[in-house]
Design a protein. Structure first.
Length: 341
């Protein structure tokens, strides 16, 4: 209450006038008319003060109704103008205006975030439907062909192999999307501990060794056995596996994938590089976005592996960035920062 200067001034004036009126009435009977005038002035001041107070409250109520009915930001300038007007003055009303302004800003930002989330969800569902539609169509066609009685055994074997490939692709897609949704929802907690990076790299590339061998690709790991990293072992291995898979897919037969790691007092770093086709300069800023497919993407690329890796790395307290030179290769640089105790 005492932060409101208008109220303090009003109380002081009323008190001074009341004291003067009492003195006049008690000691100067012939000046009693003055005391009546002062009492009348006090009543008038009270009425003016109350009218002004309720006028401000009415304005606040009217603008709150406008806030409730606003559909976009085009009508918010008038509301913000009123709420921020004279906010530098002390007083309960000014404080109330400031708090309403903060709440209004927060509600508008939440509304915009919900709108963007809705658009993102719709786009994601459309992308997922598209990604599932292609392998499902192939499965349906090959299933119909297998049913033909006169189909040569060689062709039948080829179709069965392709069916397994498409099923593995669908399984990977669904599994990755499920992991991303769990990470988004915050239902997965990272178990951060000191991890040996060489074991981490081996775990990440373990299931890629056979596909790399089929493509006659070589894997070079440059990492001392003593290098450690603060992270969740299995989730970080998942991130490394997705990055390694991306490098393998974009490197020609006979290519090379190189992994190096080191640590210092601030962070542990892992660099995964290849000598493949590289990433176009226009695509480079977007490669970690979900469902983004660059110009040099393979036909089977979905565009969520790198997005999942980035999400995992961030949750482990790190960052990832990519550097690429067209026709010379790409390098993914991971930094996991150590926590200060």
């Amino acid at each position: 209450m005492f932060r409101n200067k208008e109220l303090i001034i009003y109380i002081c004036l009323i008190a001074a006038q009341a004291a003067f009126a009492v003195l006049c009435f008690a000691y100067y009977k012939n000046l009693s008319i003055i005391s009546y005038v002062l009492v009348s002035l006090m009543a008038l001041e009270s009425i003016i003060f109350i009218i002004k107070l309720y006028r401000e409250i009415k304005k606040l109520s009217r603008y709150l109704v406008k806030i409730q009915n606003v559909n976009d930001n085009s009508n918010m300038s008038e509301i913000y103008g009123y709420l921020t007007m004279n906010n530098y003055r002390e007083g309960e009303l000014s404080i109330l205006k400031t708090e309403i302004y903060k709440v209004t800003r927060m509600l508008i930002e939440q509304k915009e975030k919900l709108k963007s989330d809705k658009v993102f969800l719709a786009d994601s569902l459309a992308d997922i439907s598209h990604q599932l539609k292609t392998p499902l169509t192939s499965l349906r066609v090959m299933a119909d062909l297998i049913e033909e009685e006169n189909l040569p055994p060689q062709k039948r074997h080829e179709f069965v192999t392709n069916i397994h490939i498409q099923l593995n692709r669908i399984e990977w897609l669904v599994s990755t999307l499920l992991k991303m949704s769990k990470l988004d929802a915050g239902t997965i907690k990272m178990n951060i501990s000191s991890v040996n990076i060489k074991k981490l790299i081996n775990q990440g590339f373990n299931h890629l060794l056979i596909p790399m061998e089929l493509k006659n690709q070589t894997l070079e790991i440059l990492c001392d056995d003593s290098v450690m990293c603060p992270c969740d072992f299995y989730w970080m291995a998942e991130a490394i596996a997705n990055i390694g898979k991306n490098c393998m897919e974009h490197t020609e037969n006979g290519g090379k994938i190189k992994v190096s790691a080191e640590e210092n007092s601030i962070y542990s770093s892992i660099v995964i590089s290849d000598n493949g086709a590289g990433i176009d300069r226009d695509d480079l800023p977007h490669i970690f976005e979900r469902f983004y497919k660059g110009k040099n993407s393979s036909k089977d690329s979905v565009g969520i592996g790198l997005a999942l890796s980035k999400q995992i790395i961030i949750l482990n307290g790190g960052i990832i960035e990519a550097e690429s030179i067209p026709m010379k290769g790409t390098a993914f640089k991971i930094r996991i920062y150590k926590k200060v105790v």
